[in-house]
Design a protein around this ligand. Sequence first.
Ligand code: DAH
Length: 339
Amino acid sequence: MLDKINSLKTEIEGLTAANLDEVEVLRIKYLSKKGLVPALMNDFRSVPADQKRTVGQAINDLKTMATDKINGLREALSSAADDFSGVDLTRTPSPVKLGTRHPLSIVREEIVSIFRRLGFNIAEGPEIEDDWHVFSALNFAEDHPARDMQDTFFINRTPDVLLRTHTSSVQSRVMETTQPPIRIICPGRVYRNEAISARAHCFFHQVEALYVDKDVTFADLRQTLLYFAREMFGSDTKIRLRPSFFPFTEPSAEMDISCNLCGGKGCSFCKHTGWVEILGCGMVDPNVLDACGIDSKVYSGFALGMGVERITNLKYQVKDLRMFSENDTRFLEEFTAAH
Ligand code: DAH
């Protein structure tokens, strides 16, 4: 019995542990209720009476020694955890990664804030729309190609449910429910059934503006556009309007700005023309006003619409449209300084 006690003693004296978990394993092995040291008490019962004193004493000593040893191991490891020697407390901590605003959000907010300074208010409409608000109310002829399946995502044919292909649908919704003066700016996502490539995507973003009141003229439109272009791209920016066609405006125009990369001298970005196209606009067609319940004999208005991706590309030269929806943080972090 004494031999057994002594060999356990030597074993325990030699114990080591690398971490607190290992100390716990040792405590369970030697000191817990079913551990090796308490187990000696079972053998103790069969020790002859004349040896009980010596053996009992030895077991008690072993128990004290084992408890001290294991507590000692635990303390050594816990104090090591609080030991900062060898750690440079003056070192700059690793930076906490903050999220960044998406480039499209940054640009959208910039566009919106320019128009807000002119007294326009934000208006929003649903992305899931119907034919009336996206096409018919906006004077699209029954057989207009934009209604085609190839362009529009139809959810249902009858009754017609579709994904809006432009934010001009917000125009018709607001005009239906509000009498002039109307001055709204409508940011939002739009959908078109296009094959995804570097230059086209099946969804993108637009901002639409609409101003309807008495005596609104093309001169008001032109001055608004000039103000917008200069606020957005710098005070040296020039604009030019080219005649164009949209079903919902008459006359219609497309606006170019002097290329902000080469300052209008001509570069590969502007295809050596010195100009880049940025938006469509025009005077609201009287048919649209009437369709939406606004008297076209009393009121007139202008509208304009632009692609947010397009403006963002002009500002930041993002070459591939797909970057905007891939959520690659290496790309998104490029815009940390932009806001
Ligand atoms: N809705 C047109 C598009 O998606 C953009 C546009 C052009 C909007 C002219 C307008 C406008 O309000 O007057 O291409």
